[in-house]
Design a protein around this ligand. Sequence first.
Ligand code: NOJ
Length: 561
Amino acid sequence: MTQQWWKSSVIYQIYPKSFKASGDTPTGDLQGIISKLDYLQKLGVDVLWLTPVYTSPQRDNGYDISDYYSIDPSYGTMADMQELLAQAHSRGLKVIMDIVVNHTSTEHQWFQEALRDRNSPFYDYYIWKDGVNGNPPTNWLSKFGGNSWQFAPETGQHYLHLFDVTQADLNWENRQLRNEIYSMMRWWLDLGVDGFRLDVINLISKEQTFLDDTLDTATADGRKYYTDGPKIHDYLKEMSREVFSRKTGIITVGEMSSTSIANCIRYTNPAEHELDMVFSFHHLKVDYADGNKWSIMHYDFLQLKKIISDWQLQMQDGDGWNALFWSNHDQPRALSRFGDDKNYPYQSATMLATALHCMRGTPYIYQGEEIGMTNPQFSNLEDYRDVESINAYNLMSSEWGYSHTQAMEILAQKSRDNARTPMQWDDSQHAGFTNGTPWIKAADNYQQINVASALADSNSIFYYYQSLIQLRKKYQIIADGEIRFYQLKHSQLLVYSRHIQSEILLVVCNFSAENCELELSSLDLALTQAPKVMLSNDSNNMITQEVVQLAPFGCMVIHSI
Ligand code: NOJ
């Protein structure tokens, strides 16, 4: 195994709560995942990332951990976890855990001890400040709405919570806290996990001045005081020394909120010894009107291309490495957002996959993406479960004066629950997800869009993904080639190439519902006389010596040696 084996790997994200229930429970569980490992192996992915399965009050679906060392009973037991690791490993699949160390649940014993006794050593594990003239210590906003400080009458001070009020931020300035975290992470490595996805890890180092922000734009909400903060690189280097260096063959991916390319180069350049790769989110804000997520806007394609090409090229120049993704449990379904899930579901899903998987970085597939799952278009507020979405609805209706219909339209496009509906396994009730009643409704289209029918159709999105995953393993140029972009002002096409010496891979993707042509002479690329079509998603896509012609949402991958 080479040191950077993950450059030719594909990672599959499992949201356990919605993946598969082994019996009649409302939520998925670890045994449910075990029962689907053969399916994941057939797809061909290399690594599974599980979102948090630790004990948690589930206020933020597990991102509010109350015990890092145990499995939430709704998911099973530690024995189930060990079985999952063994069963995955026996199929050549690695498993990474989601580590949430920016905050814990307020039900965590550390926080409870802090509440009980201000003199306990655990008090300083969290960030406590006095209010100012009856106001919170600063005006920073929580990512889930409202001020980010909560007064605790038990202690007479406010604690910081950048997310929900039940998610108290940890004080990384405290050395003992850091040691506790590192030893907990080593414990998981010893149990057999193969690495970590680190939740909002670039928020752990707070500027110690605790000043107000201006609040005059959507992003002037305090984030400049804690995003990529003053000691973040020191902490990651320390974590790498104390944890990651203890085991070979592992993988680490950091979730970076509102970050910069310069910081991400430092996070991932191997010489820095911090992380292997990073998720960044700028490309998923191209449909936020004036930076506001809770708005309706058709995404800006030119901006999307600019962000993608800037990140790709600058990370390449700085020897950094991107985690590539369109979807996760916090984002609406990419097919509904960037494609046409009604008229061109197959073409849009496969085009989006191609655009992503052939870039420089490690691609991630979010559960259900490989069968073309869509946003569910919930029409009742009661169908939503997500704390952020419900807070947003309240904000939109009570503070912004939006009508119920307007707020519901926005949720239908932007809610995180769009990605959290049950995985669609077959056309039986509740999409075969559970024999009981699911914790969140399945999308109505599960009778058409499901794993069973995808597996039965050799022309399905599933099999296209399977080919795409194999290509990354087979062709070094996809894993390692240099990337270049073209036609950044073209209103329909994303065009890029990959290079190893004179070998070229050309990727042309049509992001529109219209036919589209690309003159090859415009690219200044020395393709051979008869380049080979490595992949194409529509029988009407064509290539001649002069042009590439693409059907709506068509794409082609062209190989020239
Ligand atoms: C990012 C996670 O992906 C999201 O689901 C969670 O709510 C926040 N971090 C807080 O942990």
